[in-house]
Design a protein around this ligand. Sequence first.
Ligand code: FE
Length: 162
Amino acid sequence: MYKYKKVKNGNLASWNDRYILSLDNHVEIVEALADFCRKKNILAGNILGIGAVSEATFRFLDPATLKYVDKTFTEQMEITNLTGNISEKDGEPYLHIHLTCSRRDYTCIGGHLLSARINGACELLVDDFSMTDVGRVKDSETGLNLYDFGDGMGLLSRFTKK
Ligand code: FE
């Protein structure tokens, strides 16, 4: 599904780990990233990437109705930017990813990413800040799963799992 390599962080005092990933052609990006985070037990972090896709599905949350509107674009596009973060929900990695893609005519579309299939390549940088407690809690006003920075107790689970 992917190849990866751990990168030495420049700051020796840092507890963070950094990985570079190359996803295999035709895999679904969110699924591959979730698999990687589960295997590496990354429960807080940051994601950056570029690549190319043949299909992408975005989700728009209408703030007036709190209803989701999903839309799929099936065409060859370049990923001009993939930006995301990793937190923890119910003990599992929770990915929040936004994607911007450029089309054949060089216009861009983008939004909150639900899924995207690689057609070409996808190269990513994943920073693991799992020494930090970053959870999610449902916010009734916005309908969003917002950050919950917790009380630090969640850190215990980092050492007792895997
Ligand atoms: Fe979003």
